[in-house]
Write a protein that binds this ligand. Structure first.
Ligand code: PLP
Length: 389
């Protein structure tokens, strides 16, 4: 036993178990067992070459030092221009804080509002870090139920009914991880209108999958509702859209009143984002978008194949996800729990997936399948899954 005593919050801090799954899969691969990876949430594409070139050029040009904490002026301007172009909202570059990955905006928003006695509403099933961080701060996590029956979108009325005087923050994620669910505009309209009655509630809108939408869906940003704009924190970044997960580039658009505390958190945490990566970020936003389109065309094709193939498995039922690159099949008909099926598929079929319960208690009975892999691998994986079922 160690004599070291960790802070109590560490006992409440959770994790993202997909990284455990990845470690186990890597171990099996080292033993010579080939694994097909349908677990990790990152595009299987390379960052566009002109973006890589921009980072190399920045390094050669001597961008080796600290930058201003929220990012160099040009990257903040590029983000503001992109938000105006794609979300139709005019924001001041001074509201943009560039951070090392989308997760950091989430961390700052939850750290800023969470404390014992506070309540934070978050999607369940949802990105596991929301619940983990809420608990770490000592705040009470209040799950917003996302059900298959409603296409894994929430009911605005149900969410609004969960707000109390203690609610500090409401987290919305559309398109969503792990379900691929997209909240319809009508529901966002109702939510935004209802939130006008609750001016004490800040909103963290996680829009990291905003560019990955299918079936003609257009992205609706919570930032586009003027009545609540002064308390919406928009989370987005480069990881998914530009296949840049390893660059660690994300941004938040913060209400003007929150820019100072968010910047203070950044100063305490990381000082600034890697300087050359910021120049890559500018090139990504301002350069040609054809690689983004090509990637999304590939995801569209894979989505259709994945949903079809999964619906053909005994005991599986799978909705067609409206966005992101995840399918979230109902596996209750297999007679196994999510975790049992995840283990069975990994150990016996050599297929890495993620149990729905990794995304909260309400994920029981589901499995997350990432279709950020080739059609050939997706087909082979589903055949292997069929064989063990
Ligand atoms: N938000 C959601 C919903 C995600 O799924 C992820 C990554 O999987 C993130 C945020 C974090 O993205 P990043 O890798 O840029 O930190």
């Amino acid at each position: 036993m160690s004599a070291l005593k960790l802070a109590a919050g560490m006992g409440r801090l959770g994790t993202e178990s997909v990284f455990d799954m990845l470690a186990r899969a890597t171990e099996l691969e080292a033993q010579g067992k080939p694994i097909i990876h349908l677990s990790i949430g990152q595009p299987d594409f390379k960052t566009p070459p002109h973006v890589v070139e921009a980072a190399i050029r920045a390094l050669k040009d001597g961008h080796h030092g600290y930058t201003p904490t929220p990012g160099v002026r040009a990257v903040r301007e590029a983000v503001a221009a992109d938000v105006a172009l794609r979300r139709g909202v005019s924001v001041d570059p001074a509201q943009v804080i560039v951070v090392p990955g989308g997760k950091v905006t989430m961390f700052f928003a939850i750290a800023m509002f969470g404390e014992p006695g506070a309540e934070i509403l978050y999607p369940n099933p949802g990105f596991p870090i929301y619940e983990s961080l809420i608990k770490w701060t000592g705040a009470t996590p209040v799950p917003m139920r996302l059900t298959e029956a409603s296409g894994f979108a929430f009911s605005a009325d149900e969410v609004l009914a969960q707000i109390t005087p203690r609610t500090r923050l409401l987290i919305v994620n559309t398109p969503a991880n792990p379900t691929g669910g997209v909240v319809p505009k009508a529901e966002l309209d109702r939510l935004a209108a209802g939130l006008e009655r609750h001016p004490h509630v800040a909103i963290l809108s996680d829009e990291i999958y905003a560019r990955m939408l299918y079936d003609g869906h257009a992205h609706v940003s919570l930032l586009s509702y003027p009545a609540i704009r002064d308390r919406v924190i928009l989370l987005d970044g480069w990881s998914k859209t530009y296949a840049m997960t390893g660059w660690r580039m994300g941004y938040g658009i913060w209400p003007k009143a929150l820019v100072e505390p968010a910047t203070r958190l950044a100063i305490n945490c990381h000082s600034c984002v890697n300087s050359s990566a910021q120049f890559a970020g500018i090139a990504a936003l301002e350069g040609p978008q054809d690689t983004v389109d090509a990637m999304n065309a590939a995801f569209t094709e894979r989505r259709a194949a994945t949903v079809d193939l999964l619906n053909g498995l005994p005991g599986f039922r799978c909705l067609s996800p409206g966005g992101a690159f995840y399918a979230f099949p109902n596996i209750a008909g297999t007679g196994r729990t999510s975790k049992q099926l995840e283990t069975l598929f990994l150990e016996e079929a050599g297929v890495a997936s993620v149990a729905g319960t990794s995304f909260g208690a309400m994920g029981e009975g589901y499995l997350r399948i990432s279709y950020a892999n080739s059609l050939e691998n997706i087909r082979a994986a589903v055949e292997r899954m069929r064989a063990v079922l």
